[in-house]
Write a protein that binds this ligand. Structure first.
Ligand SMILES: NC(=O)c1ccc[n+]([C@@H]2O[C@H](COP(=O)([O-])OP(=O)(O)OC[C@H]3O[C@@H](n4cnc5c(N)ncnc54)[C@H](OP(=O)(O)O)[C@@H]3O)[C@@H](O)[C@H]2O)c1
Length: 303
């Protein structure tokens, strides 16, 4: 199958491209820079130059392919509304381009914020609707296209897709620990984060393309929920720093933008996904990766 992948040069995207090529697919990745184009070509993928702000490039990429996997995201945490708007516009554009074709459209989403006080399951519909909601309500927007003849599949990633080279949330939390000289956790540290290794996440994307029915919500979750104090303890061990609770009132000051996420209970299960696809995560756990030094010299996400 010829697959158009946005975000093909990203943390999850680059591993996904490897999985797709290994499965015999032809891949065209969206690239917004010479460096990204070169990286894609070096991996054996075709290149379509474009940008999330150039919707014509997204439309043309979707129309030329037999399937779309949308993983690009601006990740501008200082302006989350702008990231959400770009996300929604891209999803609308891809959905419109694929309407009536029955072609697969897999898009990145998350387990974050789906439920309160219990782990999110695949049966939990996203409460985020409309442009002003989290991620621009893009999961529900994309799933609405099932009724218009699009084979939409939502890829709900755990809040940490971890491994050596990760520059995401855990790398940012580790950077805060380095800067402050203490590995902190919010309040009691009992709030949990689901986790998945990058290799398992990428394998799930390829399996989802091959096997998931239209309308499926897949959970890329290997570990249901790791308490934030255990995450902080592992970071403290890895960096040789003391570990301490940060009062909930001080979380924002201490952690900056990541504090809001690190204080949330973001647990999730993946029983249905495993049953549906025969997916069995095999990668190292988050704590194993932190202990092995995956976050000891990482580069955090810019705010
Ligand atoms: N990683 C996680 O732990 C995690 C957890 C939950 C959900 N997710 C979601 O999964 C998806 C993939 O995440 P990731 O961690 O792989 O992200 P990432 O490493 O930050 O990669 C982002 C990708 O988007 C591309 N991109 C950024 N701005 C763009 C723009 N303006 N136009 C076109 N492309 C642009 C980047 O291209 P360049 O190479 O040119 O920068 C890169 O390929 C995202 O939607 C993310 O929110 C990730």
């Amino acid at each position: 199958m010829h697959v158009f992948v946005t975000g093909a040069t990203g943390w999850i995207g680059s591993a996904t491209v490897d999985e797709l090529l290994a499965a015999g697919h032809e891949v065209t990745g969206l690239a917004r820079s010479d460096a990204s184009a070169a990286a894609l070509q070096a991996n054996g993928a075709h290149v379509r130059r474009g940008d999330l702000d150039d919707l014509a490039s997204i439309k043309a990429g979707a129309e030329d392919a037999e399937a779309v996997i949308h993983l690009a995201n601006k990740h501008d945490f200082a302006n989350m509304a702008a990231s959400a708007a770009a996300e929604r516009a891209a999803v609308q554009t891809i959905g419109d381009a694929l309407a009536g074709t029955g072609r697969p459209f897999l898009l990145a989403s998350g387990v974050a914020g789906l439920t309160q006080g219990r782990p999110a399951t695949e049966d939990d519909a996203s409460p985020f609707h409309g442009p002003d909601s989290a991620r621009g309500g893009s999961e529900n927007l994309a799933l609405d296209f099932v009724d218009r003849g699009v084979h939409t599949v939502s890829l709900r990633f755990a809040p940490t897709v971890h491994g050596a080279g990760d520059h995401g949330f855990i790398a940012t939390i580790a950077a805060v620990a380095r800067e402050k000289g203490v590995s902190g956790y919010p309040g009691e540290g009992t709030n949990r984060w689901a986790a998945v290794h990058r290799s398992d996440a990428a394998r799930l994307v390829a399996l989802g393309l091959a096997k998931a029915p239209a309308g499926a919500r897949l959970h890329a979750v290997a570990e249901q929920g790791i308490p934030s104090r255990d995450i902080a303890a592992a970071i403290g061990r890895a960096l040789g720093l003391p570990v301490a609770s940060i009062a909930l009132d001080d979380v924002q000051d201490h952690f900056g933008w990541i504090g809001m996420f690190f204080s949330m209970d973001l647990a999730g299960t993946s029983d249905r996904t495993r049953e549906l696809l025969g997916w069995a995560p095999t990668g190292s756990t988050l704590i194993e990766d932190i202990d092995a030094g995956a976050y000891s010299a990482g580069t955090p996400m810019p705010a």
